[in-house]
Unconditional design. Structure first.
Length: 437
């Protein structure tokens, strides 16, 4: 079985090393040896150290490599939308199986890849696109295919999880924790895709598509990052017996008209320390699946890095290679449900709102009145002097309110009105509270 490898960066290099080190075992598992037909790169002459590969295999012509008659499987670890989409559509239409780790492309235009796979009768596997080496996508699309999945909640970005874990452990602010993550190699020089939630949103779209048999794209995902999370938010979460995580949440439920829909969102949220995801620290990933028959399932492990991602890539390579030798094909895309995506305004959750208010009589009554007008029920209120200092005439005070479950649109309207009150100096933060009653 001959492979065309597109990309030879961190993941591609590890794929080559694992192919070399485990060649005998892989051949035994598949029933035929795996050989690299060619490796498409930007620069052929670049120093790649002691990589165990023939330099003559490198090429700067990926399309030419893909079109070769002796290529059976195309492995793409380049990333990005174009030209990766063009390459993979070409391969799939030609009947060549594809293994990709490209979460951005799958979330942006997975439909084009699935349609091309159906047209060419080829396999499309992408286990490495979400949560690295954690076996997650195949259980969703195969092992749980006989069940009904109602909710998927996950920590799927290691960079943000490291930052929030560091803030929780040390009391540091976001900037200090990001600096530490960068120094340790957990954050890119430009961390925007991670800290603003783009990476997690792409993965959420893929998870929702598989879990709910519906095509969900990145544009369907409500996205918020962690840049506004403060040390004060983390401290407040601790006081409630919670911690803050960047969560991807995909849930099945009824919309305002009673029709079955899906809701897909990514945002920071407080979760109780008793929740299984609360103890997931450092740069680890974990996904919590709730199904009707199987109940609650937890998938945990390293969600990024060259070796873990390469492990997932090779797992897919073994699967598609065995299918080709057997003259078979994996199950095609399952999107029969075609459920509508529910607007974020209809999402139901609890909220933690921190207000800086004037310290004078009647403030609490006025604030409570705003919540009542928008039908947002208050669960708890905590009031104290601003910054923990002495309260006095004309000074400010902190007011922390936790609500019962309410629609996101109602909470947004409440916050807008609060910002217009002269007694409210500022709405310091608004965080969702997930995972509790």
């Amino acid at each position: 079985m001959r492979l065309a490898l597109l990309g030879c960066g961190t993941v591609g290099s590890e794929v080559i090393r694992l192919l070399h080190e485990q060649s005998a075992d892989l051949a035994a598992r598949i029933g035929a040896p795996l050989e690299i037909a060619g490796i498409a790169v930007r620069r052929v002459g670049r120093d790649r150290g002691d990589l165990p590969v023939d330099p003559d295999l490198f090429t700067t012509d990926p399309l030419g490599l893909i079109k070769r008659d002796d290529v059976d499987v195309v492995v793409e670890v380049v990333g990005g939308i174009e030209p990766a989409r063009t390459w993979l559509v070409e391969a799939l239409r030609a009947g060549k199986s594809v293994v990709t780790a490209n979460k951005a492309l799958l979330a942006e235009d997975g439909a084009a890849l699935h349609d091309a796979a159906a047209e060419g009768g080829a396999d499309l596997y992408y286990e490495a696109s979400v949560a690295g080496a954690i076996p997650l996508l195949r259980p969703l699309r195969e092992s749980l295919h006989g069940d009904r999945i109602n909710r998927v909640t996950g920590i799927v970005n290691g960079t943000t999880n490291f930052i929030l874990s560091a803030m929780d452990a040390t009391g540091a602010g976001f900037a200090e924790a990001l600096e530490e993550a960068t120094e340790l190699g957990y954050a890119e020089a430009d961390p925007t895709a991670d800290v603003e939630g783009f990476d997690a949103a792409a993965k959420a779209a893929i998870l929702a598509s598989l879990a709910f048999h519906t095509r969900v794209g990145a544009a369907d995902v409500h996205r918020e990052g962690i840049t506004e999370v403060t040390a004060a938010d983390v401290a407040s979460a601790k006081a409630m017996g919670c911690t803050i995580k960047l969560l991807c949440i995909a849930a099945r439920g009824a919309d305002a008209a009673g029709r079955e829909t899906v809701s897909v969102r990514v945002h920071p949220a407080m979760i109780p320390l008793a929740h299984p995801l609360a103890s997931v620290g450092d740069a680890f990933n974990a996904v919590f699946v709730e199904a009707e028959a199987a109940g609650q399932l937890m998938f945990y492990g390293r969600g990024a890095g060259g070796a873990p991602t390469a492990s997932a890539v090779l797992g897919d390579v073994v699967a598609v290679a065995r299918n080709r030798l057997a003259g078979a094909r994996a199950a095609s895309e399952s999107a029969y449900a075609d459920l509508a995506v529910r607007p974020m305004g209809e999402a139901l959750t609890r909220y933690h709102i921190s207000l800086d208010v004037a310290d004078r009589p009647g403030v609490l009554e006025a604030v409570a009145g705003v919540f009542a007008r928008h039908d947002v029920s208050i669960a708890t209120v905590r009031q104290g002097p601003a910054g923990g200092g002495p309260a006095g005439q004309g000074s400010d005070a902190d007011l922390v309110i936790v609500t019962h479950v309410a629609p996101d649109a109602a909470l947004a309207a409440t916050v807008r009105e609060l910002r217009g009150l002269d007694i409210v100096r500022s709405v310091a933060s608004v965080l969702r509270v997930e995972g509790g009653q």
